[in-house]
Design a protein. Structure first.
Length: 270
């Protein structure tokens, strides 16, 4: 992390990092992503896929699953180019993060509207509560690696540090694909990496005739006092018995830390 990286992330909520791209892996990652997308489009393998109303995939999860037989995704998550940035932001003790594919449907333009990555945190909080949420220490760190040129991620620089405006609130609630003054398109050339803060106001915009093959990666901070929580439905596939044995040894401790905190839905249903 250079001083410029730190300043850009603090003030704008994102920074480009050429150093974070494992150049020796890019061509193999691209080939693996293409194989996974084709298998998912054909519904030959479908671990967990975000699809349009016409069943076209736009987000593909499950990349660690042995059904895909693509160990390169686990290797990428822990590659030596990524980890220095992750350790700087989150420290040495980590829980398993994620790698998923963002791609374009082939039959229609597609977008998921403006939002913040708040998870289960309140999205309709008043100003004081929202500012308190935004000021909390960071527990996850995320990035995109474009394997084809990509200009699909749009974000509002600096919005991770302040309360939303009335116009932004209208976009977050209702007019979710309207342009926001000051928005920034994140232009990525093939092989380029950007780190960005999930609390920024952001959206994805995909075009049917522009191929998007982008890996979204993340890691989470591990703390001994982490609270158990009901498993995210998008991640339930990681509870399968065949996942841990398929992981490299270096990922099993982070996986075990994540797994130990996952409550089955039946345990929390009241």
């Amino acid at each position: 992390m250079t001083d410029q990286h730190i300043e850009n992330f603090e003030n704008r909520g994102f920074f480009y990092a050429e150093e974070a791209t494992p150049k020796s892996m890019v061509s193999d990652l691209l080939a693996a992503v293409r194989r996974v997308k084709q298998k998912t489009r054909d519904k030959e393998i479908d671990i967990y896929t975000h699809r349009t109303d016409t069943e076209e995939p736009w987000g593909i999860r499950g990349l660690f699953a042995p059904e895909f037989n693509e160990p390169i995704f686990a290797e990428y998550l822990m590659c030596e180019e990524i980890m220095p940035f992750v350790h700087y932001q989150l420290g040495e003790e980590l829980k398993l993060g994620a790698v998923l594919i963002f791609t374009n449907p082939h039959d229609k333009d597609w977008g998921f509207g403006w939002h913040r990555d708040f998870g289960k945190l309140p999205r309709e909080a008043g100003e004081a509560e929202e500012l308190e949420i935004l000021s909390r220490p960071q527990k996850s760190f995320k990035w995109h690696l474009a394997l084809e040129d990509d200009e699909c991620l749009h974000l509002v620089p600096g919005s991770h540090k302040r309360y939303r405006t009335e116009y932004e609130q209208e976009c977050l609630r209702n007019t979710r694909n309207a342009d926001i003054p000051g928005q920034r398109v994140i232009y990525l050339k093939a092989g380029q990496t950007v780190f960005w803060h999930g609390y920024t106001i952001h959206r994805g915009v995909m075009k049917k005739d522009v191929e998007r093959l982008t890996l979204a990666g993340s890691w989470s901070k591990h703390s001994e006092d982490d609270e158990p929580q009901e498993v995210d439905k998008r991640l339930k596939w990681m509870l399968a018995d065949n996942i841990r044995p398929a992981l490299p040894d270096t990922l099993r401790t982070p996986y075990d830390r994540w797994r130990a905190l996952q409550l089955e839905p039946a345990e929390t249903a009241e």
